[in-house]
Each structure stands twice: as C-alpha cells, then as structure tokens.
Design a protein around this ligand. Sequence first.
Ligand code: CDM
Ligand code: ATP
Length: 328
Amino acid sequence: MGTYALSVLSVVPTPITVRVPAKVNLHLSVGDARPDGYHELVTVFQALSMTDEVTVLVAEEPGIDVHGEGADSVPTGASNLAWKAVQLLAEHSGRDPEEPGVRLSINKGIPVAGGMAGGSADAAATLLALNQLWRLELGRDELSEFGAKLGSDVPFSLQGGTALGTGRGERLVPVLARHTFHWVIALDRRGLSTPAVYTELDRLREESRPNRVGEVEPLLEALASGDPRQLALLLGNDLQAAAVSLRPGLRRTLRAGVQAGALAGIVSGSGPTCAFLCTDADAAVRVAAELSGAGVCRTVRVAHGPVPGAKLVSEEPAHRPTPPQVHA
Ligand SMILES: C[C@](O)(CO)[C@H](O)COP(=O)(O)OP(=O)(O)OC[C@H]1O[C@@H](n2ccc(N)nc2=O)[C@H](O)[C@@H]1O
Ligand SMILES: Nc1ncnc2c1ncn2[C@@H]1O[C@H](COP(=O)(O)OP(=O)(O)OP(=O)(O)O)[C@@H](O)[C@H]1O
C-alpha cells in the first residue's frame, strides 16, 4: 500500500511558478481607430521590476486563487485573462477547456487596472507555465501567437526587456537598452478601463487636436545612449490626455513627481498609474519618499528596468520578496 501511494504521488507533476513583469510605455503613438476597433500603435515597452507570480498546479477542482495587492478586484472566474490562457492551451492540446484539471494561484505585485499590463502578465505567465506542466514544447514564437489572441500586451509580457511594438502592440522587435533606468511609480486609488481611455482619445480628437507624440527614432537613440536626462525629454504617451481627461487629478500627480525631483513623468499606458524617470537609484528613493508625502496618490514604489519577461522561477512555488514601497 505504502509503495502504491508513493508511485501515485510520483506521477503528479510538481507545481510550476512563473514570475512576470509589469510594463511601462516609454513612447506610445496612437493612430486612428481601425475597422476592427483597435488602434494602430507605435510604442516602446519597457519591462519593470514590479512582478506578479503565477503558479499552475494539477487539481481536479479547477479554479483561481488570487493574493496580494488589489486581489479583491481581480475576477476568479472565466473572465480572468489567465484563465482564458488555460482554456486556449487546453483546447490546443486536446483537453477539455471546461475541465482542464489545473488550478491557478496568482500573487499580484502589479497594480490592477493600472495601465501596467497586469492581466496580460498573468496570461503570459500562465502560457509559459502550462507549456512546461503539460510538456507542450511550444517555442517562444508560438506562445507569443497564442498570447496575441488573448490581448495586445501579452506578447510583450512574455518577451520583456525593451521592445518596439507595432500593429496593435503585438508585433515586437527587441530594442538595444544596455543601461538600467530608475523609476518611481505612483499608484492611483482606483483603476481606469483601457477601452474607455481609447474611446476618450477618439472623442478628444473629434473635438480638438490634442498634441501627438513625435517620431520614435530619437527615443531609441536616447535608450541606446543610456542617458536618463536625454530619455526624459523624449518620453511621450498619446493616451495621457485621455487618461487625464477622465481622471483630472493625474495632472497634480504628474506635477508633484517632477517637483519631488524626477526628471520627467508620464501616465503609464492607459493609466492611471504614473511613472517618473529619475537620474539613478538613490534619486528614485528620494523622489519616492517626497512624493509619498505629497498626498497625491495611494502608494509609491520604486522600480527599475529593463528586466526579463515571463520566466520560470522554480518547480516549487517561491516566496516573493515584497517590493520596496512607501505608503502615501
Ligand atoms: C494601453 C496599452 O496597454 C499600451 O501598451 C495597450 O494598448 C492595451 O493593451 P491590452 O490591455 O492588452 O488591450 P486588449 O485587451 O488587446 O484590448 C482592449 C481594448 O483596448 C482597445 N485597444 C487596445 C489596443 C490597441 N492597439 N487599440 C485599442 O483600441 C480596444 O478598445 C480593445 O478592445
Ligand atoms: N489576471 C488578472 N489580473 C488583473 N485583472 C484582471 C485579470 N484578469 C482579468 N482582469 C480584469 O481586467 C481589468 C484590467 O486589469 P489589468 O490589471 O490587466 O489592467 P491594465 O494593467 O490597465 O491593462 P493594460 O495595461 O494591459 O491595458 C481588471 O479590472 C480586471 O477586472
């Protein structure tokens, strides 16, 4: 009996944990709406040292557990983007998408609905983890194609580093960025809906002519030079006007970060998170401390980038160290 129990145990695959980063768009140029409702983008993504961890484990009772900051506002049913990743790969590999025989445990370190690709990160992590758990042997390119079906930001969450994104943001080319840049991240009290921010930009463009970010080339040169002062002058996001229009308080946050000593601040993606570029790691800590005292946001964190994309942590769920943060 003892031997039998041991042999059954030995065939249950070990849980797989993947760590996956948040992103910020250093440059986000939004074209007109396409017939399919998406907007044509030219964007530069950078992966930051704020991470989620997703563990997949074999279980008869399917489901999702979510822990960490903002866990209460993350759906645990079929609308969770990570669960959609499970269903996609289950279907691909001939499993029943309704009974895939796995559970997910998600540990959130990326703000929810913050414009930092939190849900996309979890979907990317799930694709990578299931590829390992189910021994699917899909290459990075194939995983990226599955990722693009789930959301425009998912391929970048898999790739990480710094990358130029075109199409709806899913077509990627890595960008040379040998240097580490230091950021202060200001989290807002409530999230913003990505489609609502794109719709607001369309509305603003019908009404007036909001400024558009320029060409991307100078920013790529600044990244290659590694000089944060040069990069700071070139950060730009077409969605910023729309995010600020929906959440006017962001104007105050952006001003406060620069007053606190940051080189420049931008709304991250569709917002409402704001990202402030600093000269170095020490400056970022000083800016974070001062910004947290300004009372303009919920929490302030420091982060650096670029960091790698979704990555297997180990075969055991690991304890994730708490990222440095300062409570406002
Ligand atoms: C704002 C960004 O985070 C910048 O990287 C992304 O463009 C958003 O990427 P995402 O959250 O993965 O977005 P998706 O899940 O693909 O799309 C959600 C919605 O955002 C809008 N959307 C998204 C991407 C894009 N290029 N044009 C769009 O108009 C569409 O209304 C779409 O229905
Ligand atoms: N795994 C997930 N983590 C967080 N939110 C999720 C997840 N799956 C689905 N959601 C839903 O998606 C919404 C947007 O969450 P998410 O954190 O992905 O936003 P975001 O970071 O602004 O996205 P992006 O930057 O890619 O536009 C949330 O309000 C939540 O209801």
